[in-house]
Design a protein around this ligand. Structure first.
Ligand code: SAH
Ligand code: SF4
Length: 353
């Protein structure tokens, strides 16, 4: 069943059509059985019991996983699990599973490293290595879902907030969104793509059918400061970015959320809150703000805002009519929090084989 045009495909890389092609002489319903096994049951080929033994063995052999587990770290209270994987070629990426009382969210990586160079971000500090394939992205969700299943939990949400800039790898990200939606069965409204503000990506997303959520990593509400914190702002300044967001919202009927990593003395002043609230008011419906106290990273000496300052900033935004949520720094003890994904730290609180 090997096809020379598809060099060593991994388990979640192939489309249904490619599967049918690879299976060659097998009856059509086999593809449905395999698909159901891999995507609905989250099973390994060996455990898809309605397949003939011969085919199970063949599939196990010819369709390896793309992600080789290096470590799995669990936060002290057990609700955040970080997976470090090695990919073909040796790069390492991370995936985070967050178990909340009412939902289970997987934070996936879209690239090994990132070329956008935001100085406060551990992934940005590491630089870009390569784009992830569709199979590597989808498999992150499946592997996390298999882990959640061990605790009788189902993955309900996927956020593209791990390593990398999703809009710089949009085709693969989009095909993985289709697979996560169509085959793993998540609602598009439970899928969020976070971008540093790559406008052509936002515009392209607008023309694609599923109404996924858009999160924009804003961090500054004027170009002078944003140029400094987020270098891509020099190419895609705030006014243009907002107009791309406005158009996205009009087409998709969604709300945009702005991510704001709070950096002490840099973007947490009252004047920053006022500028941010003014930007959010320009959107319809108004933008929502997620405040994340900056997580410490080795390459950026400035500290995050104090919990008191974060609260004051939030209250000021609310008083100016802007909804703001303070994002808990989940998994800081295992370096699983936003921006701390560097795939290099020797952190293993609870390693599983
Ligand atoms: N590249 C995309 C997706 C990564 S999402 C983007 O930037 O949106 C990761 C989120 O964590 C982004 O909002 C990012 O700005 C934020 N972040 C990066 N470094 C951080 C840090 N040290 N502390 C808190 N948040 C950080
Ligand atoms: Fe890349 Fe996002 Fe980190 Fe910026 S914040 S370097 S865009 S991963």
């Amino acid at each position: 069943m090997t096809n020379p045009q598809l060099p060593s495909p991994t388990r979640y890389e192939l489309t249904r059509e490619q599967f049918a092609e690879v299976l060659g002489g097998e009856p059509k319903y086999r593809v449905d059985q395999i698909w159901d096994g891999l995507y609905t049951q989250l099973a390994n080929p060996a455990d898809i019991t309605n397949l003939p033994r011969r085919l199970r063995a063949e599939l196990s052999e010819s369709l390896p996983f793309a992600l080789n587990p290096v470590t799995e770290s669990v936060s002290e209270n057990g609700d955040t699990i970080k997976f470090l994987w090695e990919l073909a070629g040796g790069s390492k990426i991370e995936t985070v599973l967050m178990l909340y009382p009412d939902r289970a969210t997987v934070c996936v990586s879209s690239q090994a490293g990132c070329a956008m160079g935001c100085g406060f971000c551990a992934t940005g500090q590491a630089g870009f290595t390569r784009h992830l394939t569709v199979g590597e992205i989808v498999e992150q969700v499946v592997r996390a879902a298999q882990r959640a299943k061990e605790s009788n939990r189902r993955v309900s949400n996927v956020v593209f907030m791990g390593m990398g800039e999703p809009m710089a790898n949009l085709d693969n990200v989009w095909h993985s969104v289709e697979r996560i939606h169509g085959d793993l069965g998540l609602s598009a409204r439970h899928i969020t793509i976070s971008t540093v503000g790559v406008i052509p990506g936002i515009r392209s997303l607008q023309d694609r059918p599923l109404p996924v959520n858009l999160a924009v990593s804003l961090h500054a509400a004027n170009d002078r400061l944003r140029d400094e914190l987020v270098p891509i702002n020099r190419r895609y300044p705030i006014a243009d970015l907002l107009s791309a967001c406005t158009d996205y919202l009009a087409v998709k009927n969604r709300r945009v959320s702005f991510e704001w990593a709070m950096i002490a003395g840099v973007n947490d002043r009252d004047s920053d809150a006022r500028e941010l609230a003014a930007l959010c008011r320009q959107l319809s419906p108004h933008g929502h703000v997620n405040l994340i106290p900056l997580n410490p990273t080795p390459g950026y000496p400035t500290v995050g805002s104090s919990p008191r300052r974060v609260q004051e900033f939030r209250d000021l935004l609310e008083s100016l009519g802007t909804n703001a949520t303070v994002r808990r720094n989940r998994g800081t003890d295992i370096d699983a929090a936003c921006g701390q994904l560097a795939a290099g730290q020797p952190v293993t609180l609870s390693a599983r084989p």
